[in-house]
Design a protein around this ligand. Structure first.
Ligand SMILES: [Zn+2]
Length: 418
């Protein structure tokens, strides 16, 4: 079994949040690491990577220590023993989840239903990712955790469980709460959360909370210079801002895909701005949604007229764009990228409204963003952000993708003219 490990070779290679990492290493060395920890931070901040490094430090056969002159002892890991290498084999979470899901697909229908996606790189380490397609942690997964937590570790000092998301089914959360109330002494549970507010307050109160903060733009730029030297300076500056302080996101940032998604997101905003100027009180875009549904995709006469008048909302462009978003895994990814881009653009519009243009992320679009900010009222941008949240939760519930995009377009139009 080979594992293309992208894990840092030691804690010093983990980027950012130095003092947080040091305090966790000190706690491990002293044997005081809390049994349940919520590790929170934005996507790409390194939550999963850090959870694996801490797991290696707890389970390593050699238990190396860094001794500082001030008397502080920090736990490390060797990276070569049987425990370290097995844990490191789970470094690529996406591949591991894809393999587990594919294995489940091979099962008979009756078995499929009862099989939960779990990743076990080591007999004493169990990773619980959100179970597709709903992408929530399910009761069956937490039941397995509880069952195994009550056995003593077999080949390492502790039993470790990593929940890679804070989104769980209600029954799963209630069940998890029970083990958090009285965790067995040999168990550590890490819950990775982009938004800890998603967790029950009773779960939060029983866990230690550790937050990985966003890194400053300059630090991310410096990282890009050393790790992605091929990226031209202008693109580097843009990526550093768009990755929102998350080192992992910056290193993996695909500017071309983002720019394509952003071009589509801008169609939404241009339409809304045009609607807002044209229709003081009516919901122009909503009416167009109905027209479009009646007439089908081709209405050449009308669309040319629309496109000709620059200040009018170009519904044709909007629908041509939403129709390129197909159902299925690929469509979901494309939709997710569109929504991320849209949410960054809306945040930029809010920053312009707030008089803090120096914080803009899409710095290359500043003139157009300023025009949009002038055309769209502050209250509209806030409502659009709210509507965007709803589309997000619709996606999570696996609703028909095109349905939620159309509904979102209609909602934007209604609120633009409200
Ligand atoms: Zn080791």
């Amino acid at each position: 079994m080979t594992a293309p490990s992208s894990l840092p070779a030691d804690f010093n290679e983990f980027i950012g949040n130095t003092s947080v990492v040091e305090s966790l290493r000190t706690a491990i060395a002293a044997g005081h690491l809390p049994h349940s920890i919520i590790l929170s931070g934005p996507a790409g901040a390194g939550k999963y990577t850090l959870a694996l490094l801490l797991t290696m430090a707890i389970q390593c056969e050699r238990q190396p220590r860094d001794l500082w002159s001030n008397g502080q002892t920090l736990a490390g890991f060797c990276g070569h023993c049987a425990n370290c290498t097995r844990i490191a084999s789970a470094a690529n979470l996406e591949n591991q989840v894809a393999a587990a899901v594919a294995a489940r697909e091979e099962l008979r229908e009756t078995d499929k239903k009862d099989t939960r996606v779990l990743i076990q790189p080591h007999p004493d380490v169990l990773i619980l990712p959100p179970d597709p397609p709903q992408l929530l942690i399910k009761l069956g997964q937490v039941r397995t955790l509880i069952q195994r937590a009550h056995y003593l570790p077999a080949e390492a000092p502790r039993r470790i469980f990593i929940l890679t998301s804070a989104s769980m089914m209600k029954e799963a959360a209630n069940s998890l709460l029970k083990i958090l109330e009285e965790p067995p002494p040999t168990v550590h549970i890490f819950i990775l959360a982009e938004n800890p507010g998603e967790l029950l307050p009773t779960i939060r109160s029983r866990c230690a909370s550790v937050r990985l903060g966003a890194l400053p733009v300059e630090e991310i730029e410096g990282l890009l210079i050393t790790r992605r030297p091929g990226v031209p300076p202008a693109q580097r500056a843009l990526i550093a801002r768009l990755s929102q302080g998350a080192a992992g996101r910056a290193l993996a940032f695909d500017l071309e895909t983002y720019t394509a998604a952003r071009a589509d997101a801008l169609i939404f905003l241009r339409n809304a701005a045009a609607s807002s100027r044209l229709f003081g009180s009516s919901s122009g875009l909503q009416a167009a949604v109905k027209d479009h549904r009646r007439e089908g995709a081709s209405a050449p006469g009308r669309s040319q007229a629309d496109a000709a008048a620059e200040s009018e909302p170009d519904h044709t462009a909007l629908f041509k764009m939403t129709e390129t978003y197909r159902a299925g895994a690929e469509g979901q990814q494309k939709t997710a990228a569109l929504l991320r881009a849209l949410s960054l653009l809306l945040e930029d519009l809010l920053l312009l409204d707030a008089g803090t243009p120096e914080l803009l992320r899409n710095t290359d679009l500043r003139p157009e963003l300023e025009r949009l900010a002038a055309a769209l009222p502050f209250a509209w941008i806030e409502r659009a952000s709210h509507a965007l949240d709803q589309v997000h939760s619709g996606l999570r519930r696996n609703l028909l993708r095109s349905l939620s995009l159309d509904a979102f377009a209609a909602q934007l139009a209604t609120s633009a003219s409200a």
